[in-house]
Ligand binder design. Structure first.
Ligand code: DOR
Length: 424
């Protein structure tokens, strides 16, 4: 038996927010929450005084680059980065090399992911080779272990094909996650079209490219009703679109990343390529709309879009470097620092967006601290100040937040009752 003693337990699924202890049995399940005396009969007693104890975080959007791009990251280093960030379940995107569009690629990958210390789940592609022309065999991929479908990284331009994909995902009752940037409206990717792209002489990615495509897709889904996830929302108008769609009763979910909550396009001026990301960091007004959308529940999930790239790739000029930044190890600190400590989003709303909401979308048996549930737990100190280091558990270092002071530090992560990360 393990005992987690004296923490503030926040379990939004059960509307729990109280100081109490958690008992974990030898099969790795939560056996009870209450008041238990620490004594020698426990194999381990974890002192959680001053800390928040929450369900292990769930990230519906990570890139572990496996197979084929493992010089950037692999499933082992990705899982270690996740555990260090307080995550016990992550869902990998399918823009690998080859992409996950066949049962063979998927089966080999899922078998390796099962061996990891945390739950690493896998999406498969919507279209063959992410080419946007021909649908994958979703039924077979689902049977082989895919938990959802996405061509993340590439928008799906063809409406008729997308309608077919939405209908299939509705039939299979599985999430479909879409990258919303209409190529027809883009000048260049990774930097918002506006003051900063002008200053740098780049064409830029306008916010219209995102919200026009997102609006198209939620309306295409209005009569279909698939579980549609609008990925990494960056524009205030997209938040309004999501709000409107939800008011209409359309089945739609939204993600926001910690970087879009914490930073604006200005970061590109100081950090260059490291701040290049698709969709881009936008204006302060957009950032404020994202925060409001998270606070009022329009945005359902915080997802990192953890996107590792090598130092060599990211040392290229901003117009040539690949887009994306790592995010698993800085997510909690960025969110606490930029939206919780400012009084804009309560911590329990943040925890909801990191646990029960993603679990609900994917129907995962996770995201709560109910008695009998697997002991997937994060313990973090919301007040501890730390500086983002230059190296990570991730293989990559492409974070524009290196050197930044953040509040909120993960102390211990348990998955299935086993300690998978310990802050030393
Ligand atoms: O900036 C991004 N990088 N956005 C994406 O959607 C894909 C990701 C990647 O795979 O590097």
């Amino acid at each position: 038996m393990k005992l987690i003693k004296g923490g503030r337990i926040i379990d939004p699924a059960n509307l729990v927010d109280k100081i109490a202890d958690i008992l974990i049995d030898d099969s790795g399940k939560i056996s009870a929450i209450g008041d238990f005396e620490a004594n020698a009969s426990y194999e381990t007693v974890i002192d959680a005084n001053g800390c928040i104890v929450a369900p292990g975080f769930i990230d519906v959007h990570v890139h572990f680059r496996d197979p084929g791009l493992t010089y950037k990251e692999d499933i082992t280093t990705g899982a270690a980065a996740a555990a260090a960030g307080g995550y016990t379940t992550v869902i990998c995107m399918a823009n690998t090399k080859p992409p996950v569009d066949s049962v063979d690629t998927l089966t080999e990958l899922v078998a390796r992911e099962k061996e990891l210390p945390i739950h690493v789940l896998q999406t498969a592609n919507v279209t063959m080779g992410m080419g946007g022309k021909e649908l994958t065999d979703m039924e077979a991929l689902l049977a082989a272990g895919a938990v959802g479908f996405t061509d993340d990284g590439v928008p799906i331009a063809d409406e008729k094909l997308l309608v077919k994909a939405l209908a299939k995902c509705r039939e299979l009752d599985v999430p479909i996650s879409l990258h919303e940037e209409d190529p027809a409206l883009m000048f260049s990717a990774g930097v918002n079209k506006g003051a900063v792209s002008d200053k740098l002489g780049l064409g830029g990615a306008p916010d219209t490219a995102e919200y026009v495509l997102a609006a198209r897709d939620v309306m295409l889904n209005s009569k279909i009703g698939a579980k549609l996830d609008i990925q990494h929302i960056s524009s205030g108008v997209t938040v309004e679109t999501l709000r409107f769609a939800k008011q209409m009763g359309i089945n739609v979910y939204g993600e926001v990343t910690p970087q879009h909550l914490a930073a604006t396009e200005e970061l590109v001026l100081s950090k260059g390529s490291l701040a290049r990301v698709n969709p881009p960091l936008r204006t302060e007004a957009d950032r404020q709309s994202l925060i409001k959308g998270l606070a009022d529940g329009t945005i359902d999930m915080i997802a990192t879009d953890h996107a590792p790239h090598s130092s060599e790739e990211k040392s290229k000029p901003v117009s040539q470097a690949p887009s994306g930044m790592i995010g698993l190890e800085t997510a909690l600190g960025l969110v606490i620092t930029s939206v919780v400590r400012t009084g804009q989003v309560p911590i329990d709303t943040v925890i909801k967006a990191l646990t029960v909401n993603p679990a609900g979308l994917y129907k995962l048996d996770a995201g709560t601290l109910s008695a009998g549930a697997e002991a997937d737990i994060v313990i973090f100190d919301p007040e501890e100040k730390w500086t983002v280091p230059e190296t990570f558990r991730s293989k990559a270092t492409n974070s524009p937040f290196i050197g930044m002071e953040l509040y909120g530090r993960v102390k211990t992560t348990l998955c299935g009752g086993r300690v998978v990360y310990q802050d030393l």
